[in-house]
Design a protein around this ligand. Sequence first.
Ligand code: MN
Length: 235
Amino acid sequence: MLSRREALKTLALSTGAIALSSTASTAQQALGEVHKLPPLGYDYDALEPFIDAETMKLHHDKHHAAYVAKLNQALEKEPTLASRTIEELLKNLDSAPESVRTDIRNQGGGHYNHTLFWQLLRKKENAGPQGDIAKAITATFGSLTALEEQIQAAGLKQFGSGWAWLVLRAGKLVVESSANQDCPLSSGAYPLLCVDVWEHAYYLKYQNKRADYIKAVLQILNWDVIADRYRQGKA
Ligand code: MN
């Protein structure tokens, strides 16, 4: 994902072009595209048969892209927020101007949550949690299986659209769920792992069988990324 700083650098490099056309709307348009759709980082079919290529393509290219576009559109109303990263926007949701608060919550949350979700998935065999996070999982839940059962339960009991999460909350590992695109960053937690339980995430392949889909996701988690996030969140 292009960070705000990198985006500004790019913008600075193209300042000549902006100065030439020199209209506020051009500059605003450039600023309005600060939040970018990050690439998946792997092919649409990379997670087959756990998640099908068509779902991945629609989910990333249409659903996630729409959250990014609508977030950028909303932020045009509040130029003072243009320098904030998506993390900063979500962490400070309660103090965001009312004109954009709901859009940051829904569209910004959608952008952040999906960006994290893509990073957490890979089909390559891996040994599961290792090191510090493995110890913390055992200490908190008893076993990886027990953690997986809690994530499964959180995803299943989430009525309607939402997410299941493993987060660091006050330094402790906690499994929770959220509605819609609500992000744990907005309630002071640090997300380690998320499972999208919106129907758009699974309906093409799994239809109404949300449990089977969550079970599939749990088999393709990239525990290296989750362990890195655990270290960052603890630091
Ligand atoms: Mn989704």
